[in-house]
Design a protein around this ligand. Structure first.
Ligand SMILES: Nc1nc2c(ncn2[C@@H]2O[C@H](COP(=O)(O)OP(=O)(O)O)[C@@H](O)[C@H]2O)c(=O)[nH]1
Ligand SMILES: [Mg+2]
Ligand SMILES: [Zn+2]
Length: 281
């Protein structure tokens, strides 16, 4: 019968079919295949033997966090503890764009910075809105619930940014563990140990553990370029311009003219250079 993997704990895959959730293992055949069932996977399984027999085609998937069949992702980004990072934000945006998952930027811990400090982030936030991203603050619970309705949403972002805290606020009786930040470097502790689909009424969300690094080495730099959505509106004289060493590049001009934030362009360059360098070996 058909079901959906809603939780994975070490070698056990919890498959939900109707109101029931059945802990299954995966069949030997699957073990040899490179694909492991992921949270979010629709599968065919044998209920008596408690074995997953087949993973149905995925609409999309992410690695780290390993999840499948999402409709959108909340990028939880804190202003402080951990510090706001356009580098991480751009990396996550690229990762999601490449995997065809709609990103929503959710800002947290506004209360930890002063109005004056906030001003220095304001223009970059406005820029993300301008290029088409939805930006919300974690205190806007009603607005957030609306966005979550009828979607399967993964919560991603740095450890300690406030993913579990927000989910607990959205769903009163959830009781996800959250970390007190008491460590030097403002890092939170890894408290979200496994990935699970949380379902309530017409909202399905996935809390994920934080991560410390994302690798882009498997991506093609053309795809990375195209994930910087706004670059496409600049028609550079060079067809297929990578906006790097080319002359008369209009993206570079836009950076000089301050139409594109320098941080975003530098984040772009460092990604494609990382990929180029890796290809050389
Ligand atoms: N001041 C403040 N603290 C927050 C906010 N959101 C989360 N936190 C705190 O940040 C810490 C890490 O939150 P947690 O939800 O565990 O982060 P996660 O690792 O992304 O799940 C906890 O101590 C939370 O209480 C916020 O908006 N303001
Ligand atoms: Mg957490
Ligand atoms: Zn260009």
């Amino acid at each position: 019968m058909k079901g959906q993997v809603v939780k994975v704990i070490s070698e056990k895959f919890f498959v939900k079919a109707g109101e029931e959730t059945i802990p299954c293992s995966q069949r030997g055949k699957l073990k040899n295949a490179k694909t492991l069932p992921l949270v979010g996977d629709f599968v065919l399984f044998n209920k008596e033997k408690k074995v997953i027999e087949e993973i149905l085609p995925r609409k999309n998937m992410l690695v780290r966090p390993n999840v499948a069949n999402l409709t959108q992702a909340f990028i939880i980004t804190s202003f402080k503890n951990p510090d706001f990072s356009t580098n991480l934000l751009d990396k996550l945006l690229v990762q999601l764009e490449i995997n065809h998952i709609k990103p929503i930027i959710c800002l947290t811990k506004r209360d930890l910075i002063t109005d004056k400090e906030f001003l220095q982030y304001k223009s970059i936030i406005e820029y993300y809105k301008k290029i088409g991203y939805v930006v919300v603050y974690n205190k806007e619970l009603t607005k957030i619930k609306k966005i979550l309705e009828n979607n399967v949403t993964v919560f991603t972002g740095q450890t300690g940014a406030g993913k579990s805290t927000l989910l607990n606020k959205l769903f009163n009786d959830l009781n996800l563990k959250t970390a007190e930040i008491s460590y030097a470097l403002g890092r939170g502790r890894h408290t979200t140990r496994h990935i699970e689909i949380i379902e309530k009424e017409n909202i399905r969300v996935l809390d994920t553990p934080g991560f410390s690094a994302l690798s882009f080495l498997d991506y093609d730099k053309i795809n990375v370029r195209d994930a910087f959505l706004e670059f496409a509106s600049y028609k550079c004289p060079f067809k297929d311009c990578m906006h790097d060493k080319e002359n008369e590049c209009l993206v570079k001009k836009a950076v000089l003219d301050k139409k594109i934030p320098e941080s975003r362009y530098l984040n772009y360059l460092s990604l494609i250079h990382e990929i180029e360098q890796n290809k050389r070996w």
